[in-house]
Design a protein around this ligand. Structure first.
Ligand SMILES: [Fe+2]
Length: 308
């Protein structure tokens, strides 16, 4: 039985929904790949929803609205209808509860731009977006906790679910330069190069993700929170936790055979680095079959040998 990949996407500012960027192109490519492989559902952890105490929640609103998304043309998101996966949410809740998490449904949750922005770029035609489950973070921002959330849901990759963390590689809103955004709705100008701490942590993130696999990846990504530039790169921990969710979902011994790649990158507002990482790839099993989709095998293209 094969595996789906796992993505850690840096969603950046809301301009990433509208602006033409390398990252946006990559999100769309990942969406096309997901559809080509018959992905059964998307399971997302974003950076804008966290539960207090020791709790975690899973969105079960069957008809969620969307929160305001500033600095973009409103029709870009108002006209895109979410496709929530209630059955998938219940499945995640039962898996997380079985592992000891204090987890419950949230039937009132409204989607926020950290998740719908990426989904809209992945699946511009909303009718094509696979059923989607959104899992909250926990506001204590314990790195091991969020790795364990990803690890707990990892087996769903074998059933054709695509697990995605959407946060930020270098994401400190207090250290961004906002003038162009406020005056011109523009975030990509980069009139000055990024500052040293942003470049340092961006490089450390690339090195850790591309040079570690399996359980070593999980440990190294947790350890990045002790990097000297971490607190400048992440003013708060909320945009780093989805990276740890992704590492949990892609950090089993079984994942050691697949590389992790930095696939695209977009700098915004001088110091925000939107790096897009993919852990693993769509794999097939020894029989040449992909993951199961409700009992059905995904066909693998046949090799054709050219005759002389
Ligand atoms: Fe965000």
């Amino acid at each position: 039985m094969g595996l789906t990949p796992v993505h850690f996407f840096s969603h950046g500012s809301t301009r990433m929904l509208e602006a033409e960027t390398e990252s946006g192109e990559y999100w769309e490519k990942c969406g096309q790949e997901a559809l080509a492989h018959g992905v059964k559902g998307i399971i997302l952890m974003g950076a804008h929803w966290a539960c207090v105490g020791d709790k975690i929640e899973v969105a079960t609103n069957p008809n969620p609205g969307k929160s305001f998304c500033p600095f973009v043309t409103p029709s870009l998101y108002n006209d895109w209808k979410p496709n929530p996966d209630i059955a998938g949410a219940e499945r995640c809740i039962s898996m997380l509860a079985a592992e000891g998490f204090n987890v419950g449904p949230n039937p009132d949750f409204e989607w926020i731009h950290d998740t719908f922005m990426v989904l809209i770029r992945m699946f511009p035609d909303a009718t094509k977006c696979p059923p989607t489950t959104i899992v909250s973070m926990n506001a204590r921002y314990d790195p091991w906790y969020h790795v364990k959330v990803g690890a707990t849901l990892r087996s769903l990759r074998k059933e054709g679910y695509l697990l995605v963390g959407t946060g930020g590689a270098v994401h400190n809103l207090y250290r961004n330069y906002w003038t162009d955004m406020l005056l011109y709705r523009e975030s990509l100008g980069q009139e000055k190069p990024p500052e040293a701490w942003a470049l340092n942590f961006r490089q450390a993130t690339e090195d850790v993700i591309t040079k570690n696999r399996g359980p070593a990846l999980r440990k190294a990504m947790i350890r990045l929170m002790q990097h000297p530039a971490y607190r400048e790169a992440q003013a708060t921990d909320d945009h780093w936790m989805p990276a740890l969710f992704a590492a949990g979902a892609a950090g089993d011994f079984e994942d050691e055979s697949e590389p992790n790649v930095l696939a695209a990158e977009t700098w915004e507002l001088r110091n925000m680095c939107n790096s897009q990482f993919t852990f693993g790839s769509y794999t097939t099993d020894s029989d040449g079959k992909g993951f199961t989709r409700e009992g059905e095998k995904i066909p693998r293209p046949r090799m054709v040998t050219a005759a002389a």
